[in-house]
Design a protein around this ligand. Structure first.
Ligand SMILES: C[S@@+](CC[C@H](N)C(=O)[O-])C[C@H]1O[C@@H](n2cnc3c(N)ncnc32)[C@H](O)[C@@H]1O
Length: 318
């Protein structure tokens, strides 16, 4: 079993306080949809079956092209892969397999995620790659802990390759700073984002990826647990955001409800929406610009055949 370091930001007390405060602001932020065992299991099943980013003929094409670019700029010597918001680590496992396939033997890996069940699964996935040392995992909330470097100390020798896959789209652009906090000059970041292709039917196709039974049931897990509705109560729509368009999911109670979070109750008035999902869509150029503005020399932004997934590779200048 991996040793999971549990930061204070993800203790049950922090989770309770965070979810209570979020509900008072009429939100169930992304981080709360992965924390519990049932929600994490539903998300894993959903991602494995339906995520375009895991489609061999589509999303994975972009991830593999980005991995080739990263391997091309990676110096010889030890390498430490750190997966920030890694989920169950399926994408990092492929990256580690590609690294091991080049004959490298000095490879360490550390999964980092808000979800204890997911970060544990990720460490197990990474350990399954022969030659990879992935004995530690870190559970931390990156919206609360912006400098992750103390959690990854002491720094291992060699080059860090930090991944930030699927997190800019779900947590938002604020997720970039914690990932950047792990980089020194010459280290590499691979960051992905959901894109909105320019075709006329793209918005309907993207919406169908959210407004479906498995996604509703995943998002409904925590809502049912705390008593603010269920899968069928969620309404999805498009909304403009400062960085582009996003899909929003909301529940609007028709009568007052009292949510219960680990014994703490929050009263929610009728008729006012509770936001339970924000999923941002970037452009490939916007993703590149964001990484460049953060201090990275962007070597490539790889786009999937459908145009829905972008993976950028940057080398740290600072
Ligand atoms: C869309 S999933 C992507 C997972 C994985 N990287 C992938 O591409 O399959 C978003 C991930 O971000 C994690 N996450 C959400 N909010 C977080 C937070 N505040 N701190 C750390 N991780 C967070 C979730 O637990 C989840 O694993």
């Amino acid at each position: 079993m991996p040793e999971v370091r549990i930061d204070e930001s993800v203790t049950p007390a922090a989770h309770r306080a965070g979810l209570t405060a979020a509900l008072e602001a009429r939100r169930v932020d992304n981080r709360f949809h992965y924390a519990g065992g049932a929600a994490a299991a539903r998300w894993r099943a959903l991602a494995a079956e339906h995520s375009p980013s895991r489609d061999d003929a589509d999303g994975l094409v972009a991830y593999e092209a980005a991995a080739r670019t990263a391997l091309g700029v990676l110096p010889d010597g030890p390498v430490h892969v750190i997966g920030v918001g890694c989920g169950d680590g399926v994408k990092e496992r492929r990256l580690l397999g590609a690294l091991a396939g080049t004959g490298r033997r000095d490879i360490a890996a550390t999964p980092v995620d808000v979800s204890v069940p997911l970060v544990t699964a990720a460490a197990e996935a990474m350990q399954a790659v022969p030659v990879v040392d992935a004995t530690h995992a870190v559970a931390v909330d990156i919206t609360l802990v912006r400098d992750l470097s103390p959690l990854l100390a002491p720094r291992l020798p060699g080059t860090r390759v930090v991944t930030l896959f699927g997190v800019l789209s779900t947590v938002g652009d604020g997720a970039l700073a914690p990932a950047m906090s792990l980089l020194r000059r010459g280290d590499i970041l691979l960051a992905s984002a959901n894109l909105l292709p320019p075709s006329p039917d793209a918005r309907d196709a993207v919406m169908a990826q959210y407004d479906n039974r498995p996604t509703r049931e995943w998002l409904g897990t925590v809502l049912t647990e705390i008593g603010v509705g269920g899968a069928d109560d969620i309404r999805f729509r498009w909304e403009r955001s400062p960085t582009g368009d996003m899909v929003v999911g909301e529940v609007t109670p028709s009568a007052p409800v009292v949510a219960s979070v680990g014994g703490v109750t929050v009263g929610l008035a009728a008729g006012m929406p509770i936001r339970v999902l924000e999923s941002h869509r970037h452009s490939a150029e916007g993703l590149s610009r964001m990484l460049a503005a953060a201090g990275l020399d962007v070597r490539a932004t790889c786009v999937s055949p459908s145009g829905e997934e972008g993976v950028a590779v940057g080398v740290s200048r600072g």
